[in-house]
Write a protein that binds this ligand. Sequence first.
Ligand code: IMP
Ligand code: MG
Length: 183
Amino acid sequence: MVDDTMKVLFSAEEIEQRLNVLAEEITKIYSTDIDKNDEKYQKPIALCILKGAAFFFVDLLRKIDIDFEVEFMKVSSYGCSKESSGEVEIKQDVNIDFAGRDILLVEDIVDSGHCMSFLLEELKKRGAKSIHIAALVDKYERRESHVHVDFAGFRLEKGFIVGCGMDFAEKYRALPDIYEIIT
Ligand code: IMP
Ligand code: MG
């Protein structure tokens, strides 16, 4: 599957180590909200943005010591393609109410920021109580919409990467390492 146009950027071992750190940070942040005596306490929601984040989502959640409710949403790759148009559309929605809920948005990679800023707006409109963003990679050179990634696995200036859930034309998602595609 791997060919010589691909170079390992972050190995599976490095990814695993970063996930341990992120999981610890996330556990700490969300633990402060837990009040078992508060009968109105609702679990936080971990919201996976399909399809790219699916692998990161599972690996990360397994390491977090908080019982998250899990939900999935899919937004159009139209607005989130290599050249983002800025138009983002919900392709698959959740069937729960986000009002009053704490949400951890989990994304594979934040690039222009259009997808995440669209989702932030959308979740706020639906009444989310708090929203944090976890992204495996925060790729910042092409950022057009200001988005703060609260929990970033790796920060990367530029480059097109695959593996660990990320694809190029639906290829390479299951690779355990993250590769840069050299053109
Ligand atoms: P944006 O932040 O709205 O530009 O969109 C981010 C989305 O674009 C991600 O969820 C990915 O689906 C896709 N994307 C951006 N950069 C890459 C990359 O380097 N490899 C694979 N997918 C990418
Ligand atoms: Mg994506």
